[in-house]
Design a protein around this ligand. Structure first.
Ligand code: IPD
Length: 267
């Protein structure tokens, strides 16, 4: 029998808290972003790896036979039907610069479907959680979104891929969205951008070029808060597009994005 989502959530929370403490306490105080040597990025890579190891070790201690997919390379198939999807630092550039918008993101999938998730943002002192059918919460307070804003009044979060070949096209799309909405935000963490829709901090979020681990946990938080999450032309969310907004804003933004998308996009 599949484990209860609440039990998976409990374990994910403990893993996320352990990683969060590590990332806050062990972040070198003298991370010098302006240094010309490559060390700051190396330090962040080391912290990323350390966080992922801590998360995987915590999960494995109690559930050694589950599958794992982690941004830093953790990969195991598992034999229980449960797979953990881990982003050890979502928002690594913010972490590097000492900005607080970064998160440890952990999703528990059962037979390919996310049933429990945690997006913990230690530097903000906030934890977003959700279980499938059990609602979404911010620090234990239930989240429930109503009808979406009108397009022209919508505050829309987005993000840009780190891959240069995508960025010029992403800027083109953003240039077409910007005159049609209240404003755009680029905070630097896809997971927190999605949770932000659940929490009403902005009205919508869209991005092309995310990875599964960036959004797996936060998409459940948004859905359980009553936000619609999907991709292009009825497809589920994917690297091609993650769009999140309450109805009917979802459809209005989708139409705008569908028209704005350049026909050819480098793979
Ligand atoms: C990145 C952040 C960023 C988004 C990128 C992601 P990472 O994740 O979520 O906001 O725009 O697409 O790759 O690399 O910091 O885990």
């Amino acid at each position: 029998t599949a484990p209860a989502p609440a039990d998976l959530l409990d374990l994910a929370l403990r893993a996320a808290r352990a990683a969060g403490r590590f990332l806050v306490q062990e972040r070198p105080a003298d991370l010098d972003v302006a240094a010309t040597k490559t060390s700051p990025t190396d330090v962040v890579t080391a912290m990323d790896r350390g966080s992922e190891e801590l998360v995987v070790r915590t999960l494995r201690a109690e559930r050694p036979d589950d599958g794992v997919l982690g941004e830093e390379g953790a990969a195991a198939t598992g034999s229980t039907g449960v797979r953990w999807v881990v982003d050890p630092i979502d928002g690594t550039v913010n972490y590097l610069y000492g900005l607080p918008e970064w998160a440890v993101s952990i999703a528990a999938e059962v037979d390919g479907e996310v049933v429990a998730s945690v997006v913990a943002a230690p530097a903000l002192g906030e934890t977003w959680t959700a279980t499938r059918g059990g609602g979404a919460h911010l620090d234990g307070r239930p989240l429930r979104r109503g009808r979406g804003a009108d397009l022209g009044q919508a505050l829309v979060a987005t993000g840009f891929s780190y891959e240069a070949r995508h960025r010029a096209l992403q800027a083109q799309v953003a240039a077409q969205v910007l005159p049609r909405v209240r404003d755009l935000r680029r905070a630097g963490s896809a997971a927190l951008d999605l949770c932000g829709v659940a929490g009403g901090r902005h009205d919508a979020y869209f991005e092309r070029g995310t990875h599964h681990w960036d959004v797996a946990a936060a998409a459940l938080v948004a859905r359980e808060a009553g936000v619609r999450v999907g991709g292009l032309r009825g497809a589920p969310e994917s690297e091609e597009l993650v769009l999140a907004a309450a109805d009917p804003l979802f459809d209005d933004l989708h139409a705008l994005l569908d028209a704005a998308w350049p026909a050819s996009w480098p793979a």
